[in-house]
Write a protein that binds this ligand. Structure first.
Ligand code: GAR
Length: 209
């Protein structure tokens, strides 16, 4: 008899509304963790009082908050975040709107399996204002990038991208909403494939088996 597929363990990190987290939760609920390939075992944040944490609590998931200001140094915060995430023994860690750059210790533990989603077509418009910067530049197409995190700002190997056209009448919020529509579907698809099939990283190239 074939062995029952085992769902991989995901820790998701959020800083805001958590609609990407919700898309993962909805898909896992819809298909079942074994067929999707993964279950979310905990949700972490760098601040309290956000909708992303409320979504996790409503789904009955453990949550934790690790705030920079509660630590003496950025390095101590990074080590504490790595510890908090590590306690849940994740196979993959997903930054879904987590607005912090992690440090050396976090990457030493989770590098190569720490996935981020960014609202622009990297390497264009990295950083905290990917949507605003693309709009200000006058780009005609933008989109979203799901990538592995390395020690730069949004510079890690790209796993998948989705394209969104910029409209003349767009403001930052309208454009971001259309990007997030594409982004949520892409993130759900990519995380599921990584979990089910495994991957390797060859230089800048991500190969999903
Ligand atoms: C997403 O668009 C994500 O790409 C972006 O924050 C949004 C979170 O939305 N992340 C960044 O800008 C990171 N540089 P959500 O909280 O509704 O999932």
């Amino acid at each position: 008899m074939a062995a029952k597929p085992v769902a991989k363990r995901l820790v998701v990190l959020v800083s805001g509304s958590g609609t990407n987290l919700q898309a993962l939760l909805d898909e896992i609920e819809r298909t079942g963790a074994e067929s999707y390939g993964a279950r979310i075992v905990a949700v972490g944040a760098d601040r309290d009082g956000i909708e992303g944490l409320a979504r996790a609590e409503r789904a009955g998931l453990p949550t934790f908050v690790c705030r920079v200001k509660d630590h003496e140094t950025r390095q101590a915060w990074d080590a504490a975040l790595a510890e908090a995430v590590g306690a849940y023994e994740p196979d993959l860690v997903v930054s879904a709107g987590f607005m912090k750059i992690v440090g050396k210790e976090f990457l030493a533990r989770f590098g190569g399996r720490f996935v981020n989603t960014h609202p622009a077509l990297l390497p264009s418009f990295p950083g905290a204002h990917g949507v605003r910067d693309a709009l200000a530049y006058g780009a005609k197409v933008t989109g979203c990038t799901v990538h592995f995190v390395d020690d730069g700002v949004d510079t890690g190997p790209i796993i998948a991208q989705g394209v969104v056209e910029v409209r003349d009448e767009d403001d930052e919020s309208a454009l971001h909403e259309r990007i997030k529509d594409v982004e949520r579907r892409l993130l759900v698809e990519v995380v599921g494939r990584l979990a089910r099939n495994g991957h390797r990283i060859e230089g800048r190239k991500v190969v999903i088996q």
